[in-house]
Design a protein around this ligand. Structure first.
Ligand code: EPU
Length: 439
């Protein structure tokens, strides 16, 4: 099994370039299914979730032409399929964003069928708001036996007003995509305002759609007959940038995080400052320095512009070594997404979870151990802990991490971290392969 092996303790120094935003890419690629013509996407992150979606589009009959590692030309003009065939089910079940294919197919063909999506397992991940929105647009929705079937009454969706009972990134995106070519005007109220919602709106508009208000809590869409080809550059990944910022906070050192939109990072920057980290903003970079001791801090995750839930595990990892008690409260996912806590405890962290909060009592230092990436951001958290710990940390189940971080090992190595990816056989619990230094 492939693992990351980290010898902790090196401060980070140098520059890291942030890749395109994962959660924008996984919305924009399915949305490209609506486009008749060549759609050129630049600054696409090179991660397994985008690969999976590009594979699905290829199966559906799209021409997918990789111009270079981060630029692709997609031509979905001749795609006819509105049903995802069985050989694709393994792929659609692997990732969360496969449910955006439902919005896109409904918008384009008036019919859609796919499996229920996969993605990080935080317990229950309901899709009732997606169903509510697509039903309001005039689709008959049937969710049964692990499949989603949708059919627009009369073959076309019709614009309407939808109020989301819960602020949902996914439901906002699915409804936006479907409404782009619906008849008439759609108003979506109480929507998510994350940067990738704005990015999707900008993408759709550059392909001929008429979407206004993205970034506020009401989005208005005037349906157009069809979308045309064009070129679009994705925004940088807010969470990838935040992860490197958290890493230098934990391990110490000074790094320049470049190709970012500092405004998207404001709440992360100000929380890190509260923790004793220096953050200076440039036009398209942030300079992050941590030399002195960390300070304890509390944080609560909320929908944007609140503190991002996708930075919660990484920040807990940083706070493990801040003297005093810090409280990290999860305000987006109702089951707390705290599976990573058990892994940090294996490294000597002192954390108690109660309801939606983790109470983190700072310890002198963390110690390397063999840990698992329980999900994408949980994986980032144990990597950060490993970089700060004394001794060797082995991170298993790294496929979760590779779903969302482009070249994580290469980027950390360029910052001076001692991290590598090795392929070594699994041994029974408690046994270590030769060369393993017990932490
Ligand atoms: N919710 C409902 N009903 C719905 C949809 C969501 O009750 O129909 C609830 C969820 O249970 C949750 C809250 O609403 O409590 C927010 O869920 P949301 O729909 O916003 O999340 P998502 O679209 O499933 C995306 C990201 C996640 C990120 C969340 C929140 C993608 C592919 N995933 O998920 O990203 O945590 O928004 O910001 O965009 C990650 O990148 O690591 C990741 C998990």
């Amino acid at each position: 099994m492939e693992k990351y092996v980290i010898q902790g303790g090196n401060p980070l120094r140098g520059e890291v370039e942030i890749s395109g935003a994962k959660n924008a890419a996984v919305a924009i690629i399915p949305a490209a299914l609506m486009v008749r013509g060549v759609c050129r996407l630049e600054n696409l992150p090179e991660i397994s979730d985008t690969d999976t979606l590009l594979h699905i589009l290829t199966y559906l009959g799209a021409k997918v032409n990789m111009i270079n590692r981060t630029t692709v030309e997609l031509d979905c003009t001749h795609v006819q399929m509105d049903i995802l065939p069985e050989k694709m089910w393994e792929l659609t079940r692997k990732i969360r964003a496969s449910y955006y294919l439902i919005g896109a197919m409904l918008g384009r063909f008036g019919r859609a069928r796919s499996t229920m999506p996969g993605g990080c397992n935080f317990g229950e991940r309901p899709i009732d708001q997606h169903i509510k929105g697509l039903t309001a647009l005039g689709a008959d929705m049937d969710v049964n036996g692990g499949f989603i079937r949708a059919a627009a009454k009369g073959g076309r969706l019709k614009g309407t007003t939808v109020y989301l009972d819960k602020v949902s990134v996914g439901a906002t995106i699915n409804i936006m995509i479907a409404a782009a070519t619906a008849d008439g005007r759609t108003v979506i109220e109480n929507v998510a305002r994350e940067p990738h919602i704005v990015d999707l709106a900008n993408f759709l508009n550059s392909m001929g759609a008429d979407v206004r208000g993205a970034g506020t809590d009401v989005i208005k869409i005037r349906g157009v007959k069809q979308l045309h080809g064009g070129s679009y550059t994705l925004i940088p990944d807010q969470i990838e940038a935040g992860t490197y910022m958290a890493a230098v906070a934990a391990a110490g050192g000074t790094i320049r995080v470049s190709n970012v939109i500092p405004k998207h990072l404001e709440c992360i920057s100000s929380k890190l400052r509260e923790m004793g980290v220096q953050v200076e903003e440039g036009d398209d970079y942030v300079l992050v320095r941590r030399e002195g001791p960390l300070h304890r801090a509390n944080l609560k995750t909320m929908p944007y512009p609140g503190f991002p839930t996708d930075m919660h595990p990484q920040m807990t990892a940083v706070l493990c070594c801040a003297p005093g008690v810090s409280v990290v409260t999860e305000g987006v996912w109702s089951n707390g997404r705290f599976k990573y806590v058990g892994e940090l405890k294996k490294m000597g962290a002192n954390i108690q979870v109660e309801d939606q909060s983790a109470f983190v009592q700072g310890v002198d230092h963390l110690t390397g151990a063999t840990v698992k990436a329980c999900d994408l951001r949980a994986g980032a958290a144990v990597v950060i802990a490993g970089l700060a710990a004394s001794g060797v940390t082995k991170v298993e189940d790294i496929s979760y991490i590779e779903r969302g971080y482009q070249n994580l090992v290469g980027k950390f190595r360029a910052l001076g971290a001692d991290i590598c990816c090795v392929d070594e056989p699994d041994l029974p619990d408690g046994q270590h392969s030769a060369g393993w230094i017990a932490g």
